[in-house]
Design a protein around this ligand. Structure first.
Ligand code: NAG
Ligand code: NAG
Ligand code: NAG
Length: 399
C-alpha cells in the first residue's frame, strides 16, 4: 500500500513535469482539482490508485504467466535432452495407455526402434533348450535393435537367473533389472551371466531396452564381455506375445507370466456450466458462480466456485464476461492450482459494451483446483443474461 502510494506520487510528479501545459491530459485534470474539497480529491486519488493497482497486478500476472510458460518449455526441453531418442514430447504424459498424442506413423518416421529392429528368431536361445552346442554372442556382429522370437512368436528376455548350459550356451545372459514401462522410453539395463552357482558371475556389457506398443520389447544387444555367453529368450514369456493391446504381461515370480487387463479407461463424464447472476466490481478473489446449469460428475462446487478435477486427464475450460465501463480495464483470470493460467481482458475506451469469452485446455492431475478470479474492472450480468459464466469438460481421461 505504501509502495503503491509512492508510485502514484512519483507518477504525479513526473507527470506534473512532463505534462505541464497539456490541459487536455486526463492525468493532469485529475490532479489539478485544487478548488474541490479534500474528500473529493482523496476519492479521486484512491480511484486512480485502484486503477494503477489493477494495471500493475495485470502486468505482473501476465509476466508470471509468461515466466511459467518459459520455465515449462525449458523443463520440457531438458526432459527431451535427457530422454535422448525417446520421443516423449507431451509434458505430463506418464501413462501406458494407447491414446498417446502422437501417431504411430510419427514414431516410424523418427526412427523409433519399435519399428526398426532385426528379428532374432533362434530357437536355441530359448531358456528351455539344453544343447551341446556352445554359442557365443561375442562372435556376432551386433548392430542396432533386435526383437526376440521363438518360432515366429514374440517373447522377451528372462528377468531371472537362468540355469547354466541353457539358451544354447554355457553361461546364459539374463536381464538384471525389470523391463521398462512404455513411458520410460529407452532404458539401460545390466546383463548378467550365470556361472558356477553365481547368477551374476559375468557382468556383461549393459544393453538398452525399450517397451513398444503391443506388448513387446526391443533390445540393443552388444557384444558380451566374454565367451561363452549368449542372450536368452524366456520361453515362459511366449504368453506375453498373445496379450491384447489393452492388456499387459505381468508376473510375480518372473517365471509364470500372464496377460492382465489394464484398468479400463472408464468413460468418466465430467461437465459443468455455471453462471454468476449479478455484477462484479473490482477484486473478487473467487467468483462464486451460484447458478449451476450443468454439473455432471459433481466436480464443481457452487458454494465456493471451485472446480476440482476428480480424475487425471485433459480438461477444457471456458469463462465469459460482459463489461461496459468506459476507460476501465476488466480482467478475469482462470486460476489453475494457484497459477494464473488464462486471462479475459477487456479495455473499452468509448461508451460501449463488450462480451468476452476465453478458453483454456490443460492436463490436470486428480485433485487439481480451478476457479476464476475477477481481478479488476467490472462485469455485468443478471439472473437471465448468462454473461458471466464458467464451464468445462473432461475431454480424455488418463488411467
Ligand atoms: C474549479 O476550477 C475550474 C477552473 O480551474 C472551474 O472550471 C470549476 O468550475 C471549478 N469548480 C469548482 C467546484 O469551483
Ligand atoms: C520349449 O518350450 C516350447 C514351448 O512351450 C516347446 O514347444 C519346446 O518343445 C520346448 N523345448 C524343450 C527342449 O523342452
Ligand atoms: C480389451 O479389448 C477387447 C477387444 O480387443 C475387449 O473385448 C475387452 O473387453 C477389452 N478389455 C478391457 C478390460 O478393456
Amino acid at each position: 500500500m505504501v509502495v503503491l502510494a509512492v508510485a502514484v506520487f512519483v507518477m504525479l510528479s513526473s507527470c506534473a513535469v512532463g505534462c505541464l501545459g497539456n490541459k487536455n491530459s486526463t492525468e493532469l485534470k485529475l490532479w489539478s482539482m485544487e478548488n474541490q474539497s479534500m474528500a473529493l480529491q482523496l476519492a479521486a486519488v484512491l480511484k486512480e490508485m485502484e486503477r494503477l493497482k489493477c494495471e500493475q497486478t495485470t502486468l505482473q500476472q501476465q509476466q508470471n504467466a509468461l515466466t511459467q510458460v518459459y520455465i515449462t518449455s525449458h523443463q520440457k526441453r531438458a526432459q527431451k535432452e535427457v530422454a535422448g531418442t525417446n520421443i516423449l514430447t507431451y509434458g505430463s504424459n506418464d501413462e501406458e495407455e494407447d491414446n498417446l498424442p502422437f501417431s504411430e506413423e510419427d514414431s516410424r518416421k523418427r526412427g523409433d526402434p519399435c519399428f526398426h529392429y532385426t528379428v532374432l528368431d533362434q530357437a536355441w536361445r530359448a531358456t528351455n533348450t539344453t544343447t551341446k552346442n556352445k554359442m557365443c554372442d561375442r562372435n556376432f556382429k551386433w548392430k542396432g535393435w533386435y526383437r526376440l522370437f521363438y518360432n515366429g512368436k514374440s517373447l522377451q528376455m528372462p528377468e531371472k537367473c537362468v540355469p547354466v548350459n541353457k539358451c544354447g550356451t554355457q553361461s546364459p545372459l539374463w536381464l538384471a533389472g525389470p523391463h521398462p514401462k512404455r513411458r520410460e522410453g529407452i532404458v539401460t539395463r545390466r546383463v548378467c551371466g550365470h556361472w558356477k552357482k553365481n547368477c551374476c558371475a559375468f557382468r556383461s556389457t549393459p544393453i538398452q531396452v525399450k517397451k513398444c506398443r503391443g506388448n513387446y520389447y526391443v533390445y540393443k544387444f552388444t557384444e558380451p564381455s566374454s565367451c561363452y555367453l549368449a542372450y536368452c529368450a524366456d520361453i515362459n514369456t511366449l504368453v506375453c506375445g498373445r496379450c491384447r493391446r489393452n492388456q499387459s504381461c505381468v508376473s510375480r515370480d518372473k517365471i509364470n507370466w500372464r496377460c492382465k487387463g489394464k484398468k479400463r479407461m472408464s468413460s468418466k463424464k465430467i461437465h459443468f456450466f455455471a453462471s454468476y447472476p449479478g455484477q462484479l466490481k473490482g477484486k473478487v478473489n473467487r467468483v462464486k458462480y451460484s447458478k449451476v446449469l450443468v454439473n455432471v460428475g459433481r466436480a464443481f462446487d457452487r458454494r465456493t466456485g471451485v472446480f476440482k478435477a476428480p480424475v487425471k486427464g485433459v480438461y477444457q475450460f471456458f469463462f465469459s464476461t460482459q463489461t461496459a465501463n468506459t476507460g476501465l480495464k476488466t480482467d478475469l483470470w482462470l486460476v489453475v492450482n494457484g497459477y494464473w493460467a488464462a486471462v479475459s481482458h477487456t479495455h473499452i475506451s468509448r461508451p460501449s459494451t463488450v462480451g468476452s469469452l476465453s478458453t483454456y485446455m490443460t492436463f490436470l492431475h486428480r485433485g487439481a483446483v480451478v476457479y476464476v478470479t475477477h481481478n479488476c474492472g467490472s462485469s455485468w450480468a443478471n439472473a437471465a443474461s448468462m454473461t458471466i459464466t464458467f464451464g468445462g469438460s473432461l475431454l480424455a481421461q488418463w488411467k
